[in-house]
Design a protein around this ligand. Sequence first.
Ligand code: AHR
Length: 325
Amino acid sequence: MRKEIALSLVLVLLLALSGCAGKQEPAGDNTSIVVGFSQLGAESSWRIANTASMEQAAKDAGYGLMMENANQKQEKQIDAIRSFIAYRVDVIVFSPIVETGWDNVLTEAKQAGIPVILMDRMIETQDDSLYTAYIGADFYAEGRRAGEYLIRKADATGAEHLNIVEICGTTDSTPMRDRQRGFMDVIRKDDRFSVIDSVDGDFLRSKGEECMRELLAKYGADGIDVIYSHNDSMTLGALDVLESANDPSVKDMILITVDGEKEAVDALKAGRINCVVQCTPQLGPAVMKLVAELNAGKELPKVNHPNEGAFTDFDNLSDPAVEGF
Ligand code: AHR
């Protein structure tokens, strides 16, 4: 019996050692690469599509993917990153729920010699060496696209004054901050527009509904001309509330949303939404490409944005290129 236990211990030790040795094989042997991925949650269809894209791309590249879902909790993301460091993964990819509060854990990753790729969201830090690269949308440009659409729409309809309500994503997250800043930078100097309220919808459909109920109670449907919502999930929640309000002013409202999921693009085609600013969740293949380049010893560009645009009611919406994810 004692002999069997000793043998098992030796086997465990050998497996552990071969695991460590495996990770030092030359570049090109994908099976030895392990990516630790801290996903922030499952708050929206966008996020679910993003997780699926990461899983599929890791599989296609032949990489091991250790994924932890933080259910919208920063502490859980920090714990996940620490567990990836303890495991000595080859690369850490993570999507930070908010921008601040990462310096300590990322310093630990740096000291352990593990490169970090920020995916989808940025961090606020004085020390850029804490991450190797960022890959994700240019949220500021998305906000600007939303504002530019609104100006075009106001010009086309001859609107004299429009009251805007903004349903924001998670407070202090990159898309919330930059979609707001980009939008405001475009419309600020145009006195046809007043942002009468900005509320936190946390990127959740249920919160989008809740926010819309409160906004309707506060301003009435005739007091709101434009809804600028930071993602489709919240927009679709708000739309459910608007359409069940049975108020004729609702049909004159201008709805601007961000993401481009199928349900939102279908709503645009049906005339229920006016503008869908695109934000792609399909980041997995580009992330794995960066991992491969890193593994081959290449220097990565610090910031990597996908190409994105917007679909609007000015477009030919029967064009097959107008489709959601
Ligand atoms: O960070 C990207 C944003 O997060 C998407 O717009 C939103 O749907 C998601 O929850």
